[in-house]
Design a protein around this ligand. Structure first.
Ligand code: DAH
Length: 382
């Protein structure tokens, strides 16, 4: 800012003031200009007045008039400018209705919920019952009734999370045993359940269920055939966290029981589920496998969705991706539930929800599903 020096003369000072005024856009800037130009001490006008005092008598009058005129002009110009500034300002507390609104942030559905809901929709449309069930189980329902006797390796402490203190209460009465379509067991089924219960020692709840297959038993021991259900929910395994494992994940279990249910029903149902989840063109194959609770058993693979079968790192060069286990219900399972294997047959399957989500959206790290990082979650549909 130009140093105050009355030697430049009134006219040059006036021009300077108007330059400075043109730059001043706020109340504070105008206030600073007022102090600099017409303040009592140290201002331009004060300096001119001093100069009048020191001037030769012949010059005093003209110089004094000039200083006074400059003072009045500066004051008037500051006033005008201040008024103009005030006129353009919104009154305090006013709302500017022309501003665009703040966009509300809409949440996105979690990828695991998207898969779960899609599976539920497919099976509800086919007339299946959708169940939830207890996450804390006894080893009768999780293993034994599924034809996995005591020495079965899956029951090992290495693989299964056992409770430090077993819980002893009847699960049928436990609030956690919820069903989306609650219904009472038939008299016959109740009698069967009682007979079954007395035929085995009372079972305290000792473990976190390792699969949703336990729900097959829980349903059949309380209900007569025919059965058409899907059970969806968390399951627990003694796995360390890595790219493809978490100690908790989700499964959907399916069970269909009735007269004359065949492997063809299993194939048709699972093929149409794969089409619903991965697209109508999706190719599937059924590969012989083994599960203690089904005979025969099959794993279902889909054509690799990354390389379309050419072979890549995701499908380990096989061209196929495994998505679920399935099979025809083993007669021993029917017997444990009081169903007559000579009368009814059925198929069952179990599929990992995370696995489907990983493949569907080409996600390479399962941990992303649990970290709640919005940058990840925002990429899924609303
Ligand atoms: N329980 C199996 C698992 O956790 C999946 C499974 C396989 C479920 C075959 C079934 C079945 O109902 O029939 O890997």
């Amino acid at each position: 800012m130009t140093h105050i020096d009355p030697a430049i003369g009134i006219d040059a000072a006036r021009a300077l003031f108007h330059d400075e005024l043109a730059q001043a856009g706020s109340d504070a800037a105008l206030q600073a200009l007022r102090t600099r130009w017409v303040g009592r001490k140290g201002s331009w006008v004060a300096a001119f007045m001093d100069a009048v005092g020191k001037a030769a008598p012949a010059e005093k009058r003209a110089l004094g008039q000039g200083a006074n005129t400059l003072k009045r002009e500066v004051e008037a110009a500051l006033e005008t400018r201040l008024a103009a500034l005030t006129a353009t300002r919104r009154p305090a507390g006013a709302v500017d209705v022309t501003l665009p609104g703040r966009r509300p942030r809409l949440g996105h559905r979690h990828p695991l919920s998207l898969v779960r809901d899609q599976v539920m929709e497919v099976f509800s449309r086919l007339g299946y019952q959708v169940l939830e069930g207890p996450e804390i189980e006894d080893d009768y329902h999780n293993f034994e009734a599924l034809n996995m006797p005591e020495e079965h390796p899956a029951r090992d402490m290495q693989d299964t999370l056992y409770l430090a203190t077993p819980l002893a209460f009847a699960l049928a009465e436990a609030p956690a045993f919820a069903s989306a379509a609650p219904d009472e067991p038939s008299a016959e089924a109740s009698a069967r359940a009682k007979a079954g219960a007395s035929a085995r020692p009372p079972q305290p709840l000792t473990l976190l269920r390792t699969h949703t297959s336990a729900m097959q038993i829980r349903h059949m021991e309380r209900h007569d055939p025919p059965v058409r259900l899907v059970a969806i929910g968390p399951v627990y395994r003694r796995d360390n966290l890595d790219l493809t494992h978490t100690p908790m994940f989700h499964q959907v279990e399916g069970l269909v029981v009735g007269r004359g249910i065949t492997l063809a029903d299993l194939k048709g149902t699972l093929t149409s589920m794969a089409a619903a989840l991965f697209g109508a063109q999706q190719e599937v194959r059924f590969r012989p496998s083994f599960f203690p609770y089904t005979e025969p058993s099959a794993e279902v693979d889909i054509r690799c969705i990354r390389c379309d079968g050419a072979g890549c790192a995701i499908c380990k060069q096989t061209g196929w991706l495994e998505i679920l286990g399935s099979g025809m219900v083993h007669p021993a399972v029917f017997e444990a539930c009081g169903y007559d294997p000579a009368e009814v047959t059925g198929f069952a399957f179990g599929m990992g929800i995370e696995r489907v989500a990983l493949l569907k959206w080409n996600v390479d790290d399962i941990r992303l599903f649990y970290e709640n990082d919005l940058r990840f979650l925002e990429q899924f549909p609303l």
